[in-house]
Design a protein around this ligand. Structure first.
Ligand code: NAP
Length: 263
């Protein structure tokens, strides 16, 4: 069966990589895009066959699709995903920066509509394993800090992967305050963001793509779990998996590990 896909953010770095992946998959068919600029700016894009909409509501009303893929920015991705679910369109969201409240709201719409939705802070399968290994490690190494490094065009910080890593570590680690009880910052932010006592340090530099180190410290030993995405093609295997798996869901799942075979 052919899976008919609408993609938002086709000119973006993730979006253009997703177009390549969709075109290579014989069961996937890109049938419309949602963008905010003139279609002429889409290089080598089959505009004669795939319409580009500037109005998401019009697109969802007119196009008979199976899946909506969002690779935009949170300010756009949230209302568009909401609208897609309201139209009973299954949604795969790679856009990062949704708040907890927004995810709750999308979950309630997905449940009411009995429509699948996957929000994945990281589509790289290696990054998902990094988070799972971190959850395991935290049982024995509760003192942990995260260093996440991304390209300097990323607008949100810390990354969705870092906050998701904390969420997974919380499943095995008791809340605790780390570092010296009387520590203070000579420059604000020196110790990084504090998420349940876990410090997250966000680096933004040209040359980087998406990288994370989860560093666990204990008596006379250090364990570092590291993942690097060197190119956006590293996210495409996970995006493909999410598009395949969302079709059998009737609710929202947050994180690709929920649909990966980890047995
Ligand atoms: P990007 O190159 O900046 O692409 C974002 C795209 O969204 C741009 O083309 C932007 O268009 C477009 N956009 C903005 N407003 C829009 C609108 N109203 N309608 C349609 N498109 C709109 O960023 P990226 O690196 O591709 O990343 C895209 C998203 O995926 C980000 O949220 C990023 O954090 C996330 N991400 C997720 C993963 C994952 O594995 N889940 C991995 C990498 C990145 P303009 O050029 O006009 O602004």
């Amino acid at each position: 069966m052919t899976v008919k896909i609408i993609l938002a953010g086709p000119r973006g770095k993730m979006g253009s990589e997703a177009i390549k992946m969709i075109q290579q998959e014989k069961n996937f068919d890109l049938i419309a895009c949602i963008d905010r600029k003139n279609k002429d700016v889409l290089p080598e894009f089959p505009v004669e066959r795939v319409p580009v909409y500037y109005d998401a509501a019009k697109c969802f009303a007119e196009v008979d699709a199976d899946i909506y893929v969002d690779l935009t920015i949170p300010e756009v991705g949230f209302p568009y995903t909401k609208l897609a679910l309201e139209h009973k369109l299954q949604a795969v969201v790679g856009t990062s920066g949704f708040s907890e409240q927004q995810i709750k709201e999308l979950t309630s719409i997905a449940n009411r509509q009995k429509t699948g939705c996957i929000i994945a802070p990281n589509f790289a399968l290696g990054a998902v394993l990094m988070m799972l290994f971190s959850k395991m490690a935290a049982t024995y190494f509760p003192d942990v800090e995260i260093i996440e490094k991304h390209h300097d065009n990323k607008v949100d910080a810390p990354s969705g992967t870092a906050t998701k890593t904390v969420e997974m570590i919380q499943q095995t680690r008791e809340s605790k305050t780390q570092g010296h009880p009387d520590e203070y910052e000579m420059i604000e932010g020196a110790r990084g963001a504090n998420d349940d006592g876990i410090r997250i340090h966000s680096m933004r530099l040209p040359g980087l793509v998406a990288h994370q180190e989860v560093v666990f410290g204990s008596k006379s030993q250090l364990l570092t779990i590291q993942h690097d995405s060197f190119h956006r093609e590293s996210f495409m295997e996970g995006l493909k998996l999410a598009i395949e798996e969302v079709q059998s869901l009737e609710t929202l799942v947050y994180g690709l590990e929920n649909v990966m075979d980890l047995s």
